[in-house]
Write a new protein. Structure first.
Length: 166
């Protein structure tokens, strides 16, 4: 993936999104808003947070605008179908913003929500790391719920071990 080429980055971003969505699809409707603790994200919160930060924080920052992050509450999307639609629509909107960035814009510096100046291409790379971080949390919560989830790249850990030469 070349973060300095929007077409290459968008192909990568789409793949990351597809893997995150595949995990989100596994969330049962009933415990969508269950949280492992009073200060912890529910599965629904995680998906809404990923979607909202990418569009309203990263999407705005890479255009040179301040963050407009609205939070991750059920007011953004309630129910599994709405949460998945929100994830998809925010990813699509973010991808359209990124698609419009030229090489000069990717090399330019923008202020992050934390007040740090960073090159746009580096800020986009951190956006993907953020999504992967929260996807990992989603997998962990789903594991605690005993919900079967897809393997990320086609093989489970036991399959990788079985195919490895020890």
């Amino acid at each position: 993936m070349d973060t300095r080429d929007t077409a290459s980055f968008l192909r990568y971003y789409d793949g990351v999104h597809s893997r995150t969505r595949a995990a989100a699809v596994c969330i049962p409707e009933d415990p969508l808003e269950w949280s492992p603790g009073w200060d912890r994200f529910s599965p629904g919160d995680l998906v809404r947070h990923i979607a909202a930060t990418e569009r309203w924080m990263w999407g705005e920052n890479v255009r040179g605008q301040p963050s407009r992050y609205p939070g991750h509450g059920t007011d953004l999307a309630e129910g599994k179908a709405a949460v998945l639609d929100y994830l998809d629509s925010m990813q699509d909107a973010t991808a359209r913003i990124i698609e419009g960035l030229g090489p000069e814009q990717l090399e330019s510096r923008v202020a992050t929500v934390g007040g740090v100046e960073i090159r746009v291409w580096k800020w986009l790379r951190l956006m993907v790391e953020h999504q992967v971080h929260h996807r990992g949390q989603l997998y962990s919560i789903l594991g605690e719920m005993r919900v079967e989830t897809p393997s990320l790249f086609g093989l489970t850990e036991p399959e990788v071990k079985a195919r490895s030469q020890l």
